[in-house]
Design a binder for this molecule. Structure first.
Ligand code: ATP
Ligand code: MG
Length: 396
């Protein structure tokens, strides 16, 4: 008989911190449009956009509601007193310059800010505007991407080298035979593997890791393990005509260096004009510009991409008082998902009454979903599916 597949192999641990309140940080060179982007995203002037490098010094944080048709539909159905959509927490930051890993610009403080988040929105400047100073002298997104990627990697190398030193020092005291010594040797081998990958110019999230290695990587909280969504900031004109001399090259750079990372072209200049418009005005604007019917803003797409890059999904709780989306990490089990609402729901978890969004949409009401036998009682082992509608039951 072939050996049974171990549970461990079928269930892959994810890179990154566990948890449901994950954050992305906007990263990029100075003066590429980060704060202006952040402002439009949060519809506030928190980011202090200004036409000079390093206009942003203190990080600013905003919670960005996720566009969500399922949520809108549920609100229509339940007509609740309170509506709470899913959010992505997004933070603005000062610009990063070449040499940051060794302390240039606002170097080390900057990199420690990046360490504190889970994902990265990297704003890449591809708009020409002589009025807006470029710290490197001219517009060259590939050079800029190379600078950021190098700084993040150099910082990781420094971090990993320190850890390796620590491991080697401790190893002597442990001797060779104990269990602890064996574990230490395994950890050292993994850290050496990480270092080799980084030294080869690759980002940690692009490596091939088994679960044990992922746990060690997660413990190190490395910068290049965090997912990146590349946001290419175009002039409004280029965004509208979907043409820019850099776009194909940027795509090529990502394919070569970080295959699979999302690339989203947008225009901060256009977003700034749209931000004060009503929905109808935005649709009219799209028509005027010759863009596809609907809202011409890329912000919804960007927020969704950031959320997805963090492996986040959401479930809903619905009733006349409130329709609410709860963000959880993919792979989460029912009790932990319930615990996002209240720790008692997790500690005294009994079961969940769960239906899928699709079933509710098909049958039109909870009662009919129940009549169709599709409202199910789920126990502790149940893994939440994106779009589940849950009602938790817990003991006294
Ligand atoms: N697509 C665009 N077209 C034209 N100008 C733009 C575009 N995007 C941003 N700008 C302009 O670039 C300037 C710098 O923007 P912003 O302050 O947002 O940059 P930043 O990346 O936050 O800079 P810092 O690193 O200094 O905080 C602003 O004057 C802004 O209006
Ligand atoms: Mg700024």
């Amino acid at each position: 008989m072939p050996p049974k597949k171990k549970n461990e192999e079928t269930k892959k641990i994810m890179l990154g911190r566990p948890g449901n309140n994950l954050k992305v940080r906007i990263v990029g060179l100075p003066n590429v449009g980060k704060s202006s982007f952040f402002n439009t995203l949060s519809q506030t002037d928190l980011g202090k956009a200004a036409n000079f490098p390093y206009a942003t010094i203190d990080p600013e944080e905003a919670r960005i509601p996720l566009p969500d048709e399922r949520f809108n539909w549920l609100c229509e159905l339940y007509k609740p007193a309170s509506k709470v959509p899913a959010f992505l927490t997004c933070i603005d930051i000062a610009g990063l310059t070449a040499g940051a890993s060794t302390g240039a610009g606002l170097g080390n403080a900057f990199l420690s800010h990046v360490r504190a988040v889970d994902g990265i929105f990297q704003v890449v400047r591809a708009f020409d505007d002589a009025e807006v100073i470029h710290v490197e002298g001219d517009v060259d997104p590939l050079r800029d991407m190379h600078i950021i990627s190098t700084e993040l990697r150099l910082k990781d190398i420094e971090w990993v080298e320190k850890d390796l030193e620590r491991l080697k020092k401790g190893a002597k005291a442990l001797g060779t035979s104990s269990l602890a010594a064996k574990a230490r040797a395994e950890e050292t081998a993994t850290v050496e593997k990480i270092l080799a990958l980084l030294a080869d110019g690759k980002d940690v999230r692009k490596g091939n890791w088994n679960n044990k290695e992922v746990e060690i990587i997660n413990g190190l909280n490395l910068l290049t393990a965090k997912p990146i969504t590349y946001l290419v900031n175009l002039s409004e004109k280029d965004f509208v005509r979907k043409k820019n001399k850099w776009l194909a090259k940027i795509k090529g750079w990502i394919d070569e260096n970080n295959p699979g990372d999302a690339l989203i072209p947008f225009s901060v200049a256009l977003e700034e004009r749209l931000v004060d418009m009503s929905d109808e005005e935005k649709i009219a604007e799209a028509e005027k510009l010759g863009l596809p019917k609907g809202n011409p803003s890329a912000l919804g797409k960007i927020t969704t991409a950031g959320y997805t890059s963090l492996d986040l999904i959401r479930y809903f709780t619905c009733g006349p008082d409130e329709v609410r989306a709860w963000t959880v990490r993919k792979g989460i089990k029912a009790p932990q998902a319930a615990g996002v609402i209240h720790s008692d729901f997790e500690n005294k978890f009994v079961c969940g009454e769960i239906m899928s969004y699709e079933d509710l949409k098909e049958h039109g009401s909870e009662a009919q979903v129940k009549a169709a036998g599709k409202l199910r009682q789920q126990g502790k082992p149940y893994e939440i599916v994106d779009g589940d509608i849950c009602y938790w039951k817990c003991g006294a």
